[in-house]
Design a binder for this molecule. Sequence first.
Ligand code: PFF
Length: 463
Amino acid sequence: MQSSQAAEAGKRKSLHGHWSSRMAFVLAVTGSAVGLGNIWKFPYVVGQNGGGAFVLVYLACVAIIGMPVMMSEILMGRRGRRNPIATMALLGDEEGRSRNWKWVGGMGVLGGILILSFYSVIGGWTLSYVINSASGLFSDATATEITDIRNGFIGDWKTIGFFHTVFMALTIVVVARGVERGLEQAVRFMVPALLFMMVILLGYSISSGYFAEGLAFMFAPDFSKLTWDTVLAAMGQAFFTLSIGMGAVMAYGAYLPEETSITSASATVALADTSIAILAGLVIFPLVFANGLDPADGPGLVFITLPLAFGQMSGGTFFATVFFVLLSFAAWTSAISLMEPAVAWVVERFNRTRAQAAVMIGLLIWVVGFGTVLSFNELSEFRFWRGTIFDNLDHLTINIMLPLGGVLIAVFAGWVMCRNSTADELGGTGAIYKLWRVLARYVAPIGILFVFLKAVGLLPDLS
Ligand code: PFF
């Protein structure tokens, strides 16, 4: 029974085609993981949480929670070879358990739609900053001028809505072209380009003369700054940045060739994602210090502090443009992975072509995105629960849906799937497999549950 099941799973093919190589898969998942979370969010969260100690906790979270969940998602995706909803129904069935696990896939598909609805608005914002920086708008600008540019942009729903539209259109085009001609081609060009731009910017930042300060800020751990909240922020960040908990990586795993090692691919992605987040910090902080600005500036770090820093420096116009092109690429390759689970589901479930599915889902996300667009202007006073519509979507998806999805995915791979099935996908029951299983069964679910309960306020303050 077991071996025929394994043979059956091994023969399965994805309807959407497959990555042409291991490299293509690693680039695609890296493209998904490296995004606004690394370059926009990570540096400011590090800044707000006191630097080095936060970085250490974050690294630990990536290793002991992020890695096992990512491996679980990929192995489930490859075994089912369908969209996350159908994959979980099929595997639930095959393991002699319930098909109702499909609802976890369903939550992922919905999560992708909701996250992309606001991610696209921020992605559009970065596109507009490519134009702003290339046209020299930031050159020698004062803090007030740059704040005015920012406020002028988000204050006018037509402008911010326009760039959201452009960003969504770019995402739809890639997803509509399919796995090999769309997704794979996009990441083959954009991920290496992104790395290249990062290295150029790093050189620039080293030449600013303040690299040592940036380095010390990122790596000198000040444990007095460590609180439970910091630990939780680090764990949430690890989650979002690795794109786990919502089926994006599961969808990508469905197109993974049979012979590729899931463990080594996951380790490569986690390493690449973490390196880029740290490099982003090492690019940004020296520039911030070189200009006497505040590293704990929060979400405005990239959109206000950084243009200000570039504007004061020689070659600033060029390097600021490179920086925002990089950020746009990073956002774009993540956006396609946020859309893929829903598109794959529509194609399989309703027999649509990819182009039709991409346009349908894309339009839906585009419309929902106006909730976020209007949160910055016309509806900025419309507040409930956590704040504006944008604040609510952000909180609901990142703090609730992703951790919940992550726990359920780890539980599924660790407890629902039998040892034979997971060992079959992970290539045997050696030491690495055993380690994965302990992490997936115990460490990750308990750790994530802790974040989750904390996020919804069900745990008392321990600090
Ligand atoms: N990992 C992306 C980032 O760091 O910006 C965000 C993301 C993409 C989250 C895809 C979830 C996802 F499925």
